[in-house]
Design a protein around this ligand. Structure first.
Ligand SMILES: N[C@@H](CCC(=O)N[C@@H](CS)C(=O)NCC(=O)O)C(=O)O
Length: 362
């Protein structure tokens, strides 16, 4: 297969971790210079987009990995226990859609990270594709990313304390887990680990400012990043915890207070037809964050999984997900449907960007 992306991209790193785990060969090309083909093939220009050898196009790392996994015989990275499976999918979604905000903040608000990331993107995507002077290109990249994805996602002098803290909380929850076992849910990896590699590999583990924090504050997480990059399936099959333990429950509390709170408020804003809305997460009031139709679909996908659970799994999860924000999963609030991928063809559908046509619109 052919992967179009960027060498320091969040979701490209997530997909690459999975491809390496399954020993799936792939070629790589930068996104810039191929935009027309990607838009025609996958519906959206985002990173990564995949073209299979038979010509079919796929995008969105979550359904891409789910489809690839369905093509594979033998043991799977999705836990067979229904409650653990749901927890793993929820952690994947938190990593995809919540940790994105602190990951962009740590990359573009801090000078050492910003200089490194802009040079990397320039070398990978622009140098051979666009006739723009280097200094101008670096400034355009920094401006686009900071004002689009940091300020444009509600991270301001008043709210950055929270974007800083939510990264440290993720590290603390994961450090506690990896002091006890090698992967989030046991001795072998699951989709929860693959999802967490999005933010942890190419952003937090690699950008100078958050990587320094990771090494000092959470060395077991730093070690896990390397373990994940080198992971191969266990010949004896999955070996997971038998039921949710306090370590996972503590992580799920943070997931509920941040990501599930965000998904509910985003869906409500989408229902009102608002382009932007004020978002309250824990003790932080984010002002004018962009509404995302794609994230309404993410909530729909989680609710679909929730509906498919048996009573016992639901009861287990309700005990484990004790913070009030988790009730979005079972309180049957009605949201305006995203009407995205109604034919359920993802990852082969015509995709949409998480925000607008890439950068959150003003
Ligand atoms: N839902 C997609 C998200 C992909 C995505 O948003 N990737 C980022 C870069 S890592 C992107 O393409 N951003 C749009 C832009 O910068 O224009 C996935 O899971 O793969």
């Amino acid at each position: 297969m052919h992967v179009y992306g960027c060498k320091i991209s969040y979701y490209t790193g997530k997909l690459e971790t999975y491809l390496r785990f399954r020993s799936i060969d792939y070629d790589y090309s930068p996104t810039i210079g191929n935009e027309k083909r990607l838009k025609a093939g996958a519906g959206a220009v985002q990173m990564p987009v995949v073209q299979l050898d038979d010509g079919r196009w796929m995008t969105d790392s979550t359904p891409v990995i789910a489809w690839l996994e369905s093509q594979h015989n033998g043991s799977t990275i999705y836990p067979t226990d229904p409650a653990l499976r749901f927890a793993a999918l929820l952690i994947e979604d938190y990593a995809d859609e919540w940790l994105w905000r602190p990951a962009m903040h740590f990359r573009w608000s801090y000078r050492p990270s910003r200089l490194y990331a802009a040079e990397s993107i320039y070398n990978d995507e622009i140098a051979n594709n666009r006739p723009i002077p280097r200094i101008l290109a670096l400034n355009i990249i920094k401006f686009r990313q900071y004002f689009g994805f940091v300020r444009g996602d509600g991270v301001t002098p008043k709210t950055r304390f929270h974007a800083d803290r939510t990264y440290r909380t993720a590290l603390d929850r994961l450090q506690a887990i990896f002091e006890r076992r090698p992967f989030v849910l046991g001795e072998t990896l699951t989709i929860a680990d693959i999802g967490l590699m999005g933010p942890m590999l190419r952003h937090f583990g690699q950008d100078p400012t958050p990587a320094e924090i990771m090494r000092n504050r959470a060395p077991a997480v730093y070690e896990w990043v390397a373990r994940m990059w080198n992971a191969k399936p266990d010949a004896n099959g999955p070996k997971l915890i038998e039921s949710m333990d306090d370590l996972v429950i503590d992580l799920l509390t943070e997931v509920s207070e941040t990501h599930l709170a965000q998904l509910r408020q985003n869906a409500e804003a989408f229902g009102r037809g608002a382009m932007r809305y004020n978002q309250d997460i824990q003790d932080c009031h984010y002002v004018r964050v962009p509404t995302s139709r794609y994230r309404v679909w993410c909530l729909e996908e989680l609710l679909r999984e929730w509906e498919a659970l048996d009573d016992e799994a639901r009861a287990t999860l309700r005990t484990s997900l004790s913070s009030p924000e988790a009730s979005v999963l079972w309180d049957k609030s009605s949201f305006s449907p995203s009407k995205y991928d109604v034919e359920r063809r993802a990852p082969f559908n015509k995709a949409i960007n998480v925000f607008g046509s890439g950068v959150p619109p003003r």
